[in-house]
Design a protein. Structure first.
Length: 265
C-alpha cells in the first residue's frame, strides 16, 4: 500500500472572516496537491477563527452548512481530502467540531470535541460525547480528535484499540504549553502505535498566543515533519508498511492487561 502524503496547514487565517479563510484553504490545497498530497489538515476552528468571542453563535453552522459545501468544492477541485475545524450548530447547541471531506466532496466524518479547554470554550461550546470517530481514506483508518483531547492518553488509546492508523488533531495550542507539541504528541504516537498529525494555529489572536510547532509524528515517536512558529505548509508521509512493522515490533498493545485498569473508569 502506498504512503499517504499528508499536508499540515499551520495558519490562523483571519478570525471572523470565513470567506478569507476559505480562500487561504483553497490556496493551501493547491500547493498541497502540487506537492502530491492526498490529505490536507487545517487547524482547530479554522473556518471562523478561534478567538471570535460572542461571534460564535453567529458564525456557527450545521455540519452540512455552507462552509462544508465550499470546502467540498475545494477538495474536488484539487483532488485531495480536507480536514478542517469549525463551530458546529445543532439546534440550540454549538460544538467545537472538525470535519473530514473526501477528494470526491463526500463528508466522511464529523467529530465534536469532548474535552473543552478553558473558560472561552466552556462558555460557548457543548462537549461532544463520542470519543472515537473514524473514516477510511486511501486504505488507512483515520481518527479524529481536537487539541486538548489528545492530552488525555485514554482518548488516544481508545483510538488505538479501534484500529486508528492516522490520528488527525487540529489544534489551537497556546503559550506556554508548547511542550505538548514538542513532547506529548510524539509520545502519544509511540505509546499507541499510530501516526499523529497535530496541526496548530500560529501567532497572536485576541487574548491568546498560538505557538505553531505543528507536526506529523510516527509510531516510533519520531517526528516526520515539523513546522516552525509562523505561517507554514509542511508535508510528511504516512507509511502503512512502516506502521505495520512498528506494531509488530512494539508490544504495548499486545501486553496490555485490561483487567487491572478498571479503576481508570
Amino acid at each position: 500500500m502506498p504512503s499517504l502524503r499528508t499536508a499540515l496547514l499551520q495558519s490562523s487565517g483571519r478570525p471572523g472572516a470565513v470567506a478569507e479563510n476559505l480562500k487561504a484553504l483553497d490556496e493551501a490545497a493547491a500547493r498541497a496537491a502540487d506537492a502530491g498530497a492526498r490529505l490536507l489538515v487545517a487547524p482547530e476552528l479554522f473556518l471562523t477563527g478561534y478567538a471570535i468571542g460572542d461571534a460564535v453563535p453567529e458564525l456557527a453552522e450545521p455540519a452540512e452548512g455552507p462552509g462544508s459545501a465550499a470546502i467540498a468544492e475545494i477538495a474536488v477541485r484539487h483532488g485531495l481530502a480536507v480536514l478542517y475545524g469549525y463551530p458546529e450548530r445543532d439546534g440550540e447547541r454549538i460544538f467545537n467540531a472538525s470535519q473530514l471531506i473526501g477528494a470526491d466532496g463526500v463528508r466522511l466524518a464529523n467529530y465534536r470535541k469532548t474535552h473543552l479547554f478553558g473558560c472561552f470554550e466552556q462558555e460557548w461550546f457543548t462537549p461532544g460525547e463520542q470519543t472515537v470517530v473514524q473514516a477510511d481514506l486511501d486504505g488507512l483508518r483515520i481518527g479524529l480528535l481536537i487539541c486538548y483531547d489528545v492530552e488525555f492518553p485514554e482518548n488516544v488509546r481508545a483510538h488505538a484499540l479501534a484500529g486508528t492508523d492516522l490520528l488527525l488533531v487540529p489544534t489551537a495550542q497556546m503559550h506556554p504549553f508548547q511542550f505538548v507539541a514538542e513532547s506529548v504528541v510524539p509520545v502519544r504516537a509511540f505509546e499507541s502505535q499510530m501516526y499523529v498529525a497535530y496541526v496548530n494555529r500560529t501567532g497572536p489572536e485576541g487574548e491568546f498566543e498560538f505557538v505553531g510547532l505543528s507536526c506529523l509524528a510516527g509510531p516510533d515517536g519520531v517526528v516526520r515533519t515539523r513546522a516552525g512558529r509562523g505561517e507554514e505548509l509542511v508535508i510528511g508521509e504516512v507509511d502503512p508498511e512502516f506502521l505495520a512493522a512498528s506494531r509488530a515490533a512494539n508490544p504495548y498493545l499486545a501486553d496490555r492487561r485490561p483487567g487491572l485498569y478498571g479503576s481508570l473508569a
